[in-house]
Design a protein around this ligand. Structure first.
Ligand SMILES: *[C@@H]1O[C@H](CO)[C@@H](O)[C@H](O)[C@H]1NC(C)=O
Ligand SMILES: *[C@@H]1O[C@H](CO)[C@@H](O)[C@H](O)[C@H]1NC(C)=O
Ligand SMILES: *[C@@H]1O[C@H](CO)[C@@H](O)[C@H](O)[C@H]1NC(C)=O
Ligand SMILES: *[C@@H]1O[C@H](CO)[C@@H](O)[C@H](O)[C@H]1NC(C)=O
Ligand SMILES: *[C@@H]1O[C@H](CO)[C@@H](O)[C@H](O)[C@H]1NC(C)=O
Ligand SMILES: [Zn+2]
Length: 434
């Protein structure tokens, strides 16, 4: 009985000891995770995020017809982005995509793009929390003023309707980046997608005109974005561009073999170019499935870092541009959880400061430096050959009565012409005054 009692009490003390050990262990784990969480917040406080891609403007069009007066951008339902959540996520600069569907190519893509630029400009000027910026200097100033800086980026080169003057006017409206394609080829650059059966792939995935677009973007100081282009187009652009380029929202093809992602050989070319890949968080590009979690996302970061180093990696969430984000990364307030996971995987503070903002700033500054070097270059006058555009909506600007072709055999036709011109003048007069 005595011995049995001893046995029981020994068992009890063993049990107590293991309980104590368990408590200590879980306390350690608690402190550790608490520390990582705090470390992530602290790091993001010092190096707030520059995110490469956000499609809130598209949702504003779809859900609210761009009527900003109907909503309060501090708190917007049915979307993943609003001011409260951007602040909670330590997002300091947001590249807002102005995107119009490929169906608008050869139709009203330019008007729709203008309307999307308008809604981003309104959003970023009517709310005190936002500030529209167009340079690295303005971006840094807005950080000091504790504003969320908005950068405007065109998504899909069809927005310029194969016109370099149109590209220049978009620059004047504040656009500082353009992805050369979306899911459709343009007459001058090739998409990674075969969704649209337009402008079939030709010998060259970046035409003579496409190269002129890249050169003009270099001259203006507009960042060339290769997310959505084909690998061949991306390679040709990297070879041709005088400034570094970005993939604003693409992930690693080695980790998930989606055509929107970037293979290792192309990552190495990107490294030579001095550019940046901003990892897309959409589940389909992370696991090639609808389910994903933060570990899967971190695998992309680890892989890209291993191939080209942390100095070539950034974050391009793609929130509101796709449906389905990983568990724990559902909206723009969740970025700190990703940084926490990367800390857990032994990414250093220095590497993460690069990922969060310094890499992007370096690339944008280099784009500005190239622009300054090209200061004395003239605006491009390259025009796309009409047969490459194949657009029946384009007005063929020719004199309807060119000299020499004019039926000049009789004076009566000249008289007819004179009366026609009088008629036109009269109708212009009438239009203006009545
Ligand atoms: C946003 O609005 C919803 C109701 O519309 C409310 O439940 C929620 O608490 C609000 N969130 C913030 C951060 O204000
Ligand atoms: C493609 O290449 C062939 C011969 O190499 C040439 O004749 C043709 O004009 C090219 N087409 C285009 C669209 O460049
Ligand atoms: C890159 O450009 C060089 C010349 O600048 C050229 O010789 C080479 O073929 C190009 N490579 C690609 C893949 O375009
Ligand atoms: C992508 O990977 C999956 C398996 O991971 C494979 O079944 C599929 O064939 C691959 N697709 C391509 C285009 O390589
Ligand atoms: C993510 O899912 C994988 C299984 O696919 C699992 O091994 C891993 O622990 C999960 N990570 C998190 C953070 O939940
Ligand atoms: Zn996209």
């Amino acid at each position: 009985m005595h011995s049995r009692q001893t046995g029981v009490s020994a068992l009890g003390s063993l049990w107590l000891q293991s309980l104590r050990l368990l408590l200590v262990l879980s306390l350690c784990q608690f402190i550790n995770s608490y520390t990582e969480k705090e470390r992530a917040r602290d790091l993001m406080y010092r190096y707030p995020l520059i995110d490469g891609h956000n499609d809130l403007a598209l949702q504003l069009r779809i859900l609210h017809s761009n009527r900003l007066s109907q909503i309060d951008l501090h708190n917007v339902s049915k979307v993943a982005t609003d001011i409260s959540r951007l602040k909670a996520g330590h997002v300091q600069t947001q590249m807002f995509a102005v995107y119009v569907m490929c169906g608008a190519q050869q139709k009203d893509a330019v008007r729709l793009t203008l309307e999307q630029i308008d809604v981003v400009r309104r959003m970023c000027t009517e709310y005190q929390d936002f500030e529209l910026v167009t340079s690295t200097q303005e971006l840094k100033n807005s950080e000091m003023r504790q504003k969320i800086a908005c950068l405007i980026s065109i998504e899909g080169g069809h927005a310029i309707d194969s016109s370099i003057p149109t590209l220049r006017m978009f620059y004047l409206l504040g656009v500082r980046s353009m992805s050369l394609t979306h899911t459709c080829n343009t007459p001058w650059a090739e998409s990674s997608s075969t969704l649209y059966n337009v402008f079939q792939r030709q010998n060259s995935s970046l035409t003579h005109f496409g190269k002129a677009v890249v050169e003009e973007m270099n001259r203006l100081g507009m960042i060339v974005d290769l997310s959505h282009t084909s690998w061949d187009t991306a390679l040709t652009v990297m070879n041709h561009s005088k400034a570094p380029v970005i993939f604003s929202h693409s992930s690693s093809y080695s980790v998930c073999n989606h055509s929107r992602n970037v293979p290792d050989w192309l990552l190495r070319e990107l490294k030579k170019n001095g550019g940046l890949i901003m990892v897309n968080l959409h589940s389909q590009f992370i696991t090639c499935r609808n389910q994903a979690n933060i570990s899967h996302v971190a695998d992309h970061f680890d892989h890209i870092k291993q191939v080209i180093g942390a100095e070539s990696v950034g974050i391009g969430g793609d929130y509101d541009g796709a449906i389905g984000f990983p568990e724990g990364l559902e909206d723009v307030s969740k970025f700190p959880a990703l940084i926490q996971e990367l800390l857990k995987r032994n990414w250093t503070d220095d590497e993460l400061a690069d990922v969060l903002r310094r890499n992007f700033l370096r690339v944008f500054e280099e784009v500005e430096r190239v622009r300054d070097q090209l200061l004395f270059n003239h605006p491009s006058e390259v025009q796309i050959p009409l047969e490459e555009v194949q657009n029946s909506c384009r007005l063929d600007l020719r004199n309807p009565y060119p000299r020499g072709i004019l039926p000049d055999k009789s004076s009566s036709s000249t008289a007819e012409l004179k009366s026609l011109s009088l008629l036109i003048q009269a109708s212009i007069f009438l239009t203006f005054f009545f």
